[in-house]
Write a protein that binds this ligand. Structure first.
Ligand code: HEM
Length: 122
């Protein structure tokens, strides 16, 4: 069984993305990064991306992670906060801890492409 199937497939990914974004935009440390961004569009992209990250159907065809985040000045702390919100959202939805750890491990290598504050990129 793929990770995508084990967390509950498309409905679970959809719910996880919605819960994840509720948490991110409610975080005063992160809200500024998303000001003025069309959240519906961002959720659709994030859904496709997350489904791909966990082995689901429908490959992500958007911009590279480097291009999508270029110029946003994302810090290492902001990256960690976003990953923590995703883990919390998945926990809320009943995804077991080992699956969450596998998803976090899939996202970790993207840090170098997304974080622009190189001092905190180690
Ligand atoms: C954890 C790993 C992350 C993944 C997998 C991810 C994924 C994505 C994807 C798929 C898009 C849409 C790209 C497109 O429209 O072409 C996107 C856009 C965006 N992401 Fe991320 N992201 C991550 C981390 C972050 C962090 C840490 C921040 C800020 C704290 C952030 C802020 C944004 C913003 C503001 C956009 C919209 C850019 C724009 O179109 O103007 N992302 N991200």
């Amino acid at each position: 069984m793929t990770l995508y199937e084990s967390i509950g497939g498309e409905p679970a990914v959809r719910a996880a993305v919605a819960e994840f974004y509720r948490r991110v935009v409610a975080d005063p440390e992160l809200a500024g990064y998303f000001a003025g961004v069309d959240l519906a569009r961002l959720k659709a992209h994030q859904r496709a991306f997350l489904a791909t990250a966990v082995g689901g159907p429908g490959a992500y065809h958007g911009r590279s992670m480097t291009d999508a985040h270029a110029g946003l000045g994302i810090t290492g702390a902001a990256f960690d906060a976003v990953v923590a919100h995703l883990a919390a959202a998945l926990t809320t939805l009943g995804v077991p801890e080992p699956e969450i750890a596998r998803i976090a491990a899939t996202l970790a290598p993207l840090r170098a492409d997304i974080v622009e504050d190189r001092m905190s990129n180690g």
